[in-house]
Design a protein around this ligand. Sequence first.
Ligand code: PGA
Length: 254
Amino acid sequence: MTQIRPLIAGNWKMNGVKASLAEIAKLRLAVENDNLAAKADIMICPPTTLVSLFAEALKGSAITIGAQNCHKLVSGAYTGEVSAPMLADAGATAVILGHSERRSQAGERDCDVRDKAVATHTAGLTAIICVGETAGERQMGLTLQVIARQLAGSLPENVSGANTVIAYEPVWAIGTGLTPSIADVAEVHRFMRAELTKLRGEAAANEIRLLYGGSVSAKNAAELLAVTDVNGGLVGGASLKAEDFAPIAAACPA
Ligand code: PGA
């Protein structure tokens, strides 16, 4: 298997206003000064209102911009929704899909995530598809079963390393400061690679990046990112400040 280039993506969730451009400028400086692009692809996923502004500001830099959700259709009478081609037009190159907050708060099911992923691919964007078990599911020993079901239900037919990234985000680790043991992260990532191979073949499975997400910080990043089959991180809280986020990218194994 060839070396997979890591991706460190920051999920800003519902945080950030135009003044946050100052933080983006700081991040750009840190990425350039420390040549972090040599270690990883670096992405920020701001709220939709900032996609265009950030994409413009980061033109010519190594940092790319992603969005956090999209509609499955291209246009129409869907008040309050945003489509994948609109996000592409605004300068996004990726869309986070099926984040546990959208699964639990907006009722997104695996089939919705798959439809959105197809729309994302059709718009020429990368789908960052999130999966992960709840605390209850882990306690009941259902983790791998849940991941298998989510992968089978959320993945479009045609996935490749160029159009798809999978993020393993245990629901109980998001925003809590808790993380699974390194052995547990390794087990789930190894399992996801094997499931991908079964579902979509070895070629795709060997190039799709598998991110870990859930309370990633500058403190734990080196250990988590060194795990076999962990090809980067999806970072929430610690992505909001350049001084917290840049060290996570710097922690990627050389
Ligand atoms: P966290 O969030 O890093 O704040 O735990 C991760 C995520 O929800 O993507």
